[in-house]
Every structure is written in C-alpha cells, then in structure tokens.
Design a protein around this ligand. Structure first.
Ligand code: SAH
Length: 221
C-alpha cells in the first residue's frame, strides 16, 4: 500500500500517463490545466504495488480501510467542474489516498482536506509524495461539519456519496462559489454542481450518474 520510501517514476509510468491523458481527452475532459495535473501526478504511488501496472487504466482501486481511489475520469471530471482559479481556497471531503488532493495541489490553490477514517488519515501522513505539496492541509474529522474556522471556501469538492447536501457545507461556500457533490444513498449518485449566487441563492445542476463509497456521519477511530 502507500509507502514512506519513494517509488520509482520511470519512462514506462510517464508513457502510460500520457495515454491516460489522451483517454481523458477522448472522454471529454478539455481543461488543459486539469490534464497537465493528471500528467504530473504519479498515480501508481497511491496504489498497492500489486496494481502498479493497472494504475493508469480508468479504474477505481481499493485502498486502506475498505475505501477506494476514484476513477481517473471521475477525478478529472470533478476537478474540471470546480473551474479552479489560481489562489482559490478549496475544501475537499474524503482525502482517501490523497490522489485527488495532489491533482488539486498541482493547480496553485490552497486545499483543506478532511478524512473521517483515522487509519487512512495516519497512513497518508507518512506518504513521502505529499511533501511536494505544502499547499495541502489535512484534517481528521467529519466532513458533514466542514471546517468553519477556515471558511468561507471558493470551491468545495465531495469525493464520497452524500445522502443529502450537507447544510453546513453550503454555509461555508462563498457567494460566487461552486460545490461539486455526488448525491444519492444507493450504489449510484447524481453528480450535482451547486453554484452559490452573489445574493446567496443556489443553482443546482445534475451532471450525470457516478458511483462512490458512502459519505458517513461522524469520525471512525
Ligand atoms: N479523494 C479520494 C477518494 C477516496 S474515497 C482519493 O482520491 O483517493 C472517499 C473517502 O471519503 C474515503 O476515504 C472515506 O473514508 C471518506 N469519507 C466518507 N465519509 C466522510 C466524512 N463524513 N468526512 C470525511 N471523509 C469521509
């Protein structure tokens, strides 16, 4: 699983990453900054060595504590929807392997990311690659609460399937801000883009079906 000793990122990995970027283009990802970020982050670093050869396929994989690292397409799609601007302050719910966090970390933002599984939070803390991103701040906590002391956020991304739109997260979104959240209690969720208008009213758009591990209440020690 994640290792504290650096892994090799060789020409083979880099070549496979270029192919992944092309696949994401073919599937409709157009934001060049997002594609460059995917190209820059060695996804095989985030997986068990057993999956190294498949790391650049468009697949989800198991990580610690029965959780998953999302499909690269899902990561690219959510990131593109966030419409990141340099210096944005972004909140992520569900750090997981920290792959999505590092893709965001490439984009010149400050990221606050919350994980509710203690084992996963501790594990990621030993992950050498995160040292590259002093702009990523990690928190162990319950994403339903958000981070009121660091709010408001320009953007909020939820990377687990939420049973409903958490009201506290809506409060912590800046006017003019965007939240990308998969909503649904079963296997499938609808990807919802919430835009908070300057007057505080909300616009909601449904952007298709996805499948995530559930967003759960409270912390798990
Ligand atoms: N962004 C991650 C995806 C991990 S899967 C990645 O790139 O790997 C979703 C993660 O959300 C899991 O690690 C799960 O433990 C976490 N999660 C679920 N409910 C949560 C909550 N209420 N608060 C914070 N994290 C939560």
């Amino acid at each position: 699983m994640l290792q504290s000793i650096p892994k090799d990122d060789n020409y083979l990995h880099k070549g496979l990453r270029k192919q992944l970027v092309q696949l994401l283009r073919d599937k409709g990802i157009t934001d060049e900054r997002v594609l460059a970020a995917i190209d820059a982050v060695p996804r095989h670093f985030f997986l068990d060595p057993a999956f190294e050869r498949q790391a650049y396929e468009n697949r989800a994989f198991p990580i610690t504590a029965n959780q998953t690292i999302s499909h690269p397409y899902t990561v690219a799609f959510q990131t593109q929807l966030l419409d990141i601007k340099k210096y944005d302050k972004v909140l992520e719910i569900g750090t997981g392997s920290a792959y999505q966090a590092c893709v965001l970390g490439e984009l010149g933002i400050t990221l606050y990311t919350i994980e509710r599984q203690r084992a996963l939070y501790d594990y990621v803390g030993q992950f050498f690659f995160l040292k590259k991103y002093p702009n990523i701040k990690r928190f162990y906590g319950d994403g339903f609460e958000g981070l009121p002391s660091f709010a408001p956020f320009d953007k909020i991304i939820i990377t687990c399937g939420a049973p409903f739109i958490p009201p506290k997260l809506v409060v912590q979104l800046k006017p003019g801000g965007i939240m990308i959240i998969p909503v649904g209690e079963d296997e499938k969720q609808k990807m919802i883009r919430i835009t908070k208008n300057k007057d505080g009213t909300l616009k909601q758009e449904d952007l298709g079906d996805f499948s995530f591990v559930p967003m759960l209440q409270g912390k798990n020690n």
